[in-house]
Ligand binder design. Sequence first.
Ligand code: FDA
Length: 302
Amino acid sequence: MKQALTRVPVTAEIVRRFVAGETRDELVPVVRGLLASGRMISVDFLGENTTDSAQADATVAEYLSLINDLSALASEFPEPVAAAVVEVSVKLSALGQALPGYGPAVATEHLRTLCTKAAESGVWVTVDMEDHTTTDATLAAVRELRAEFPWLGAVVQSYLHRTEADCRALSGAGSRIRLCKGAYREPHTVAYQRASEVTDSYLRCLELLMRGDGYPMVASHDPVAILAGERLAIETGRGADRFEHQMLYGIRPAEQLRLAESGYAMRVYIPYGTQWYGYLTRRLAERPANLGFFLRALVSKS
Ligand code: FDA
């Protein structure tokens, strides 16, 4: 499957549905289009699980250029599109978290470099959450850097048993938390396995975050989660400037527009880069219909 996927040019329809392109040049028109439509953006330079420190350094260099480009793009858009509507999302495993020896410390220092540049450029940073073996190290890095960069965001995954407790601990003033269901295959010892349990946990976590003092980011395409976010915003008197909806590039674009046009803050997570394989397979695995669509496209191209 991997060989079949990687033999197909990135321009293939299904890849382009989820990935904005392989280069920053290809990314720019996508970002511009989304900002022009009133949606905010978070850009992820694809790559993960590096065990090569030169690769981690190259990822930092790419993010620094990306932050420059995004900051320039944001300035093309007058109010209400302000600098904070531009964000980067970053995986600590792409910054060297898995390097032997001092991996977590190396990744934290790289993240500090990115946050310093982002702060100068009016760009936000949110740290993606990867598999459960990295949760503690990732939250520790965010906690450490929030002393300097209080706007630094973190992601929590409702499929993990621990996440309700994490939400309680992370719902303090100013704390930007992106709540998602979780995209990795996790064992039953740490994660809910049934979709209904994951959704129930999502709703409990969302309630904690929305009733807290932080800045919740409702990252879901699930109508149940979106509706719960809207209901809780009304119940808690949270204005559209104190939480946001988030969705992935290419998924439910009409709903993204509906939310943005209704006055909600709506951010789209946009991945780009050549290392799209891991990201794409998670999106295909989430929805068997995507896989069928992809295989049909593959057969028709061969
Ligand atoms: P659910 O999977 O139940 O989907 C609800 C509906 O959304 C589906 O019925 C379908 O209509 C649509 N949909 C969902 N996925 C689709 C797909 N792939 N293709 C087409 N339609 C689809 N995960 C993680 O582990 N770590 C992270 O850091 C992040 N970061 C992140 C950021 C943002 C902004 C978002 C939106 C999501 C993530 N995720 C993530 C991914 C997340 O954990 C989860 O895997 C997906 O969002 C799918 O879950 P939903 O909540 O959308 O619900």
